[in-house]
Design a protein around this ligand. Structure first.
Ligand SMILES: *[C@@H]1O[C@H](CO)[C@@H](O)[C@H](O)[C@H]1NC(C)=O
Ligand SMILES: *[C@@H]1O[C@H](CO)[C@@H](O)[C@H](O)[C@H]1NC(C)=O
Ligand SMILES: *[C@@H]1O[C@H](CO)[C@@H](O)[C@H](O)[C@H]1NC(C)=O
Ligand SMILES: *[C@@H]1O[C@H](CO)[C@@H](O)[C@H](O)[C@H]1NC(C)=O
Ligand SMILES: *[C@@H]1O[C@H](CO)[C@@H](O)[C@H](O)[C@H]1NC(C)=O
Ligand SMILES: *[C@@H]1O[C@H](CO)[C@@H](O)[C@H](O)[C@H]1NC(C)=O
Ligand SMILES: *[C@@H]1O[C@H](CO)[C@@H](O)[C@H](O)[C@H]1NC(C)=O
Ligand SMILES: *[C@@H]1O[C@H](CO)[C@@H](O)[C@H](O)[C@H]1NC(C)=O
Ligand SMILES: *[C@@H]1O[C@H](CO)[C@@H](O)[C@H](O)[C@H]1NC(C)=O
Length: 642
């Protein structure tokens, strides 16, 4: 029995041994095969790529005046509001509203028939996009305008013909409680923060269009200009969300785990009251906070979203802009950049200046986040008309003493996404690389060296978030007292190693500017095949989202351009090589003339995948007016338009 058992046992043992031998050999063979496939893929793909000895990101180094983009740089008409109405009222320095007697008599307006009144603009409770107007208050003599935001109208009796309309935004006194704490913070030498964003402004375009302002920033203010800052998402929202909260706007996997993100990834998005935006941290640290944006339809937290139920900051300009967009209907200027007889951007700049003046004279520590969209969103050239004005504006702020105790950031959120320059190599790179200049006050001089070194390496909005949190938390010694506040960035005030990858700092593959690029021939059969793959992927998106079947399916007409993107030799390994191909395709459905850019990823043993976001490089206008899903608006061409 024992013998039999032993025999059985050894037989079983033998069988197990041989099976495991076969399995091991098979695995080894398979492994050899895999390595063979990977190595030949690697050798084939990497052939011809520069073999430089560098693991860090090689930043693009284009001249803003490169001859290849010269034809896109044009002059632009100055703002000319004309005379749609006489300048019938004005506000004096003490806050008194006057009727302009000179204008009345110059225009021979019959005084006895003239009625001017003001109305308070009231933000609707728990709603970010609704407002009401208070009762008309008629005035004749100069009187104090008692409200933060007002509209003013003048009309002629008896037919109530409106002959004048405008609005006033005033920065009211800081409430007593807030005054006490913010004055304490000021006394403790807390550094203020002023942020002025010009929508869609790249570093190269700032240098091109605003040369005088650039010179003033760099030479007179000693601002440091970040040369490796790269966007983390397509448009304003994802980029500003990361800068203001340290979070990502989209769910995405890093090592099979969800990277920290905000919201539920769906559009339309909800309200943002619970967003841990860093103005809350400034508030907690006794700062007065302000948020002002000029284009209510397209503002960061309202486009495809609901904004805030309660005002996010102590001073919040949105109700004023909403009202102005709605009331300024009678006496419109021919120039769309005006409200009546006044340029729109002046309302924003006046408000910012008033706010700063109030904070300085009252000695309140402050955080101000402001955003100019009207003048720079659509075209690269349109902003140039305010170059002189901006220099004078900044000179005034300097005379006020703002820069003595304030970190000032003049910046873009991303580069232009739809100007024709976007179809060039430089335009593509600058779309991904926003402008950011940082001026620091004398008391932070010890951090300048770090800031300057970091200006030359790859950085993202997550790093800017960390720097702003340092300011909010008064963590401004040479060595930091925390590792980080958010999840991935490193403060621009601290030494940052130059070996971080795009992925590590939240820059998606399709926006990474660190790759080696090889231009592919657009008429090559393999390139056209990639174009077809991209079109199929886009059509899959349309099929899955377009439930009502109102969009045409797309057809590839032409590959406009394509590049192969590879990591540097130093860091590339066969087992993990992902080759990206960026394909730009033209005119998907006649006559839509859509230009679309997508990035495909190919690995040794996986099919070709579409990665990340598909960009539309020209305006879609109302081609997709039959759909509202933001995933479709860029790519849908409504069937009804044929
Ligand atoms: C490449 O870099 C390594 C260190 O990373 C260095 O030791 C080597 O000398 C470099 N080779 C060349 C050719 O620059
Ligand atoms: C008052 O009207 C006159 C004449 O139209 C104009 O020149 C002047 O600038 C106006 N004053 C103010 C303060 O708006
Ligand atoms: C503000 O400070 C003043 C003087 O220090 C004090 O009298 C007043 O009660 C404080 N007000 C509030 C609302 O904290
Ligand atoms: C999540 O998405 C839905 C729409 O599908 C929206 O109503 C809701 O408010 C969103 N929540 C957040 C926090 O964005
Ligand atoms: C910043 O504010 C958010 C929201 O109030 C809070 O959750 C977070 O803990 C604060 N961060 C620090 C470092 O205090
Ligand atoms: C700002 O600082 C400079 C240099 O320290 C000083 O000369 C100037 O008077 C200050 N300006 C104001 C308005 O405080
Ligand atoms: C910063 O440094 C100063 C002087 O070196 C020191 O007194 C202070 O405690 C430090 N602050 C922090 C927050 O570490
Ligand atoms: C990057 O550089 C830092 C400091 O030079 C070093 O500590 C770190 O290990 C490096 N990381 C990688 C992934 O090479
Ligand atoms: C679409 O826009 C074009 C030009 O902007 C305009 O002429 C046309 O009427 C618009 N069509 C619709 C349906 O809105």
């Amino acid at each position: 029995m024992l013998h039999h058992f032993k025999k059985c046992h050894s037989q079983a043992f033998f069988i197990i041994l041989s099976v495991s031998f076969v399995v091991t050999v098979a695995l080894q063979l398979y492994d050899t095969y895999v390595r063979y496939v990977e190595n030949s893929f690697f050798a084939k793909q990497m052939a011809g790529m520069p073999s430089e000895n560098k693991s860090s990101c090689r930043l693009p180094n284009f001249s803003p005046f490169d001859p290849s983009i010269a034809k896109y740089i044009k002059s632009w008409p100055k703002i000319n509001c004309g005379k749609p109405q006489p300048p019938l009222t004005y506000l004096d320095e003490r806050g008194f509203l006057h009727i302009n007697q000179t204008a009345v008599s110059e225009r021979r307006i019959p005084w006895a028939r003239l009625t001017c009144s003001y109305q308070k603009i009231i933000r609707q409770e728990n709603e970010d996009s609704k407002f009401t107007l208070g009762p008309h208050k008629i005035f004749v003599q100069p009187e104090i305008l008692p409200h933060e935001f007002c509209v003013v109208k003048c009309s002629l009796f008896p037919r109530s013909k409106v002959i004048y309309e405008t609005g006033y935004a005033q920065v009211k006194d800081v409430t007593q409680t807030l005054a006490n704490s913010s004055q304490r913070a000021w006394k403790n030498c807390r550094v203020n923060v002023l942020i002025i964003v010009l929508d869609s402004m790249s570093r190269l375009n700032f240098i091109r269009q605003l040369p005088k302002t650039y010179k003033f920033l760099v030479e007179s203010l000693g601002s440091v200009v970040m040369q490796g800052l790269t966007k983390v998402g397509d448009n304003t929202y994802p980029n500003m969300l990361s800068m203001l909260s340290g979070l990502a706007a989209k769910r995405y996997l890093v090592n099979k785990e969800l990277a920290p993100f905000w919201g539920n990834g769906s559009t339309p998005r909800g309200y943002f009251d619970d967003l841990p935006a860093l103005w809350k941290n400034f508030s907690q640290n006794d700062y007065v906070t302000m948020f002002a944006e000029d284009y209510p339809k397209f503002t960061a937290f309202n486009y495809n979203a609901h904004g805030f139920k309660t005002p996010p900051t102590d001073y919040y300009m949105r109700p004023f802009w909403l009202a102005m967009e709605q009331i300024m209907t009678h006496l419109v200027s021919k120039d769309k950049r005006c409200f009546g007889h006044l340029p729109k951007h002046k309302f924003l700049f006046n408000y910012i200046e008033q706010f700063l003046y109030k904070m300085l004279t009252g000695k309140h520590a402050f955080f101000a986040f402001t955003f100019l969209t009207y003048l720079s969103h659509d075209h690269i050239n349109s902003i140039k008309i305010i170059d002189d004005e901006l220099v004078i504006y900044l000179e005034n702020l300097r005379a006020m003493g703002i820069f003595n105790n304030t970190v000032t950031m003049i910046m873009g959120d991303h580069g232009n996404r739809m100007d024709p320059i976007r179809n060039t190599v430089i335009g593509r790179v600058e779309e991904r690389m926003p402008f950011l200049s940082i001026s620091i006050p004398p008391q932070l001089e010890h951090l300048r060296n770090n800031l300057q070194s970091n200006a030359k390496i790859l950085t993202s909005w997550h790093d800017v978030y960390e720097m702003l949190m340092d300011l909010a938390m008064n963590n401004l010694n040479l060595t930091s007292k925390v590792i980080r506040y958010g999840y991935k960035g490193m403060s621009l005030f601290r030494p940052i190693p130059n070996n971080r990858t795009c992925l590590q700092i939240g820059i998606p593959k399709e926006y990474c500017i660190c790759w080696n690029e090889e231009e592919l021939h657009p008429k090559d059969a393999k390139t056209i095949e990639k174009g077809d793959i991209l079109v199929n992927h886009i059509n899959d998106i349309i099929k899955s989202k377009d439930k009502k079947k109102v969009c045409s399916l797309l057809k590839l007409v032409k590959v406009y351009g394509a590049q192969k993107l590879l990591p540097p030799h130093k860091v590339a390994v066969p087992s993990n090589l992902a080759v990206l191909t960026r394909v730009t395709i033209l005119q998907l459905v006649e006559p839509s003339n859509a230009i679309i850019e997508g990035t495909l990823e190919q690995r040794a043993r996986l099919g070709i995948q579409l990665v990340g976001h598909v960009s539309r490089l020209n305006k879609y206008g109302n081609q997709s007016s039959c759909v509202s899903d933001p995933a479709l608006t860029l790519i849908c061409y409504c069937k009804s338009r044929h």
